[in-house]
Write a protein that binds this ligand. Structure first.
Ligand SMILES: NC(=O)c1ccc[n+]([C@@H]2O[C@H](COP(=O)([O-])OP(=O)(O)OC[C@H]3O[C@@H](n4cnc5c(N)ncnc54)[C@H](O)[C@@H]3O)[C@@H](O)[C@H]2O)c1
Length: 258
C-alpha cells in the first residue's frame, strides 16, 4: 500500500546530501512519486547548481528557486507548478533559519529582528506555502513539516527556534482543521538531532547527539532515511486517518524522563 506512483510531491529544503529533505525526497521517489524540488537561490547561483546535481538521480519534473520570504517567488513557483502538474498531492516543508548568535547563550538577548526573521522563515512559511498549494490540492493530499522537541521542552541553546517550532506545531493543528474538509492531511515529524547544515548552527549540537545516543531507548539517534520513511508513510494512503499530529522519529528519546 505504500505506493506513491501517480502522486506529485513538491519538496522544499534540500541544501546538500545531509539535508533531511534529501532523505525525504529519496524515499518519496523510491515509493514512486513524481518529484518537484525547490532550492533557496543565492546571488552566484551556487546553490542552484549544487542541488541540481544532487537531485538529478530523482529526475525531478520541476526544479525551481524558492525563498519563502519572497511572496512574488512563492506565487511564481506555485503558478508554474499548477501549469506543469495541474495538481499537488504532497507538500514537504523542511526548512528553518535563525541567526547563529540567537542559537546560543541567553534567550532574553534575542533581537527583535532575529526573532521576526526566525519565525517568518521557520513558522509562517508553512502557512504561506500551504495556502499557495491549497487550490492545487484538488484530490486530497498530505502536507508534512519538520519539527523538534525544542518546541515542546527547553533544550539548551535552541532558544528562538523553540518558539518557532512551538508555533509550527500549533500551525499543523490549525491547518489540519482547515484543510481536512478537502481531504488534505497536515502532520509534523519531530526528528531526533541529526548533523546537518542547519543543526550545526545550534550551540552544542554534538553534545545533544551524544546525549541521545546514551539515553534514548534505541541508544542512538536517527538517520535522514528513517525520517524519509516516515514522511513516505504519512504521504501515503496507509496514513489516511492521521492528521494534525506530531510524530516523533527520535529513537524514543521523547519518552525518557531521565
Ligand atoms: N537536523 C536536526 O537535528 C533536525 C531535527 C529536527 C528537526 N529539524 C528540522 O528539519 C528541517 C530541515 O533542516 P535540516 O536539519 O535538514 O538542515 P538543512 O540545513 O539541510 O536544511 C535547512 C533548509 O532550509 C532552507 N532555507 C533556509 N532559509 C530559507 C528561506 N528563506 N527560503 C527557503 N528555504 C530556506 C535551506 O536552504 C536548507 O535547505 C528544519 O525545519 C529543521 O528545523 C532538524
Amino acid at each position: 500500500m505504500l505506493n506513491l506512483s501517480g502522486k506529485n510531491a513538491l519538496v522544499t529544503g534540500i541544501a546538500n546530501s545531509r539535508s533531511i529533505a534529501w532523505g525525504i525526497a529519496q524515499q518519496l521517489h523510491a515509493a514512486g512519486a513524481n518529484i518537484g524540488i525547490t532550492y533557496l537561490p543565492d546571488e552566484k547561483g551556487k546553490m542552484e547548481r549544487k542541488v541540481e546535481e544532487l537531485v538529478a538521480p530523482l529526475n525531478p519534473s520541476i526544479y525551481l528557486p524558492l525563498n519563502v520570504q519572497d511572496d512574488a517567488q512563492i506565487d511564481r513557483t506555485f503558478a508554474e507548478v499548477g501549469e506543469k502538474w495541474g495538481r499537488v498531492d504532497i507538500l514537504i516543508h523542511c526548512l528553518a533559519f535563525a541567526n547563529k548568535e540567537d542559537l546560543s547563550g541567553d534567550f532574553s538577548k534575542t533581537s527583535r529582528a532575529g526573532f521576526a526573521q526566525a519565525l517568518d522563515i521557520s513558522t509562517y512559511s508553512l502557512n504561506r506555502l500551504a495556502g499557495a498549494a491549497k487550490p492545487l490540492m484538488t484530490q486530497g493530499g498530505s502536507i508534512i513539516t519538520l519539527t523538534y522537541l525544542g518546541g515542546v521542552k527547553v533544550i539548551p541553546n535552541y532558544n528562538v527556534m523553540g518558539i518557532a517550532k512551538a508555533g509550527l506545531e500549533m500551525s499543523v493543528r490549525y491547518l489540519a482543521a482547515e484543510f481536512g474538509s478537502q481531504n488534505v492531511r497536515v502532520n509534523g515529524i519531530s526528528a531526533g538531532p541529526i548533523r546537518t547544515l542547519a543543526s550545526s548552527a545550534v550551540g552544542g549540537i554534538l553534545d545533544m547527539i551524544h546525549h541521545v545516543e546514551e539515553v534514548a531507548p534505541l541508544r542512538r539517534t536517527v538517520t535522514q532515511t528513517e525520517v524519509g520513511n516516515t514522511a513516505a508513510f504519512l504521504a501515503s494512503d496507509l496514513a489516511s486517518g492521521i492528521t494534525g499530529q506530531i510524530i516523533y522519529v527520535d529513537a524514543g528519546y521523547e519518552t525518557v524522563g531521565m
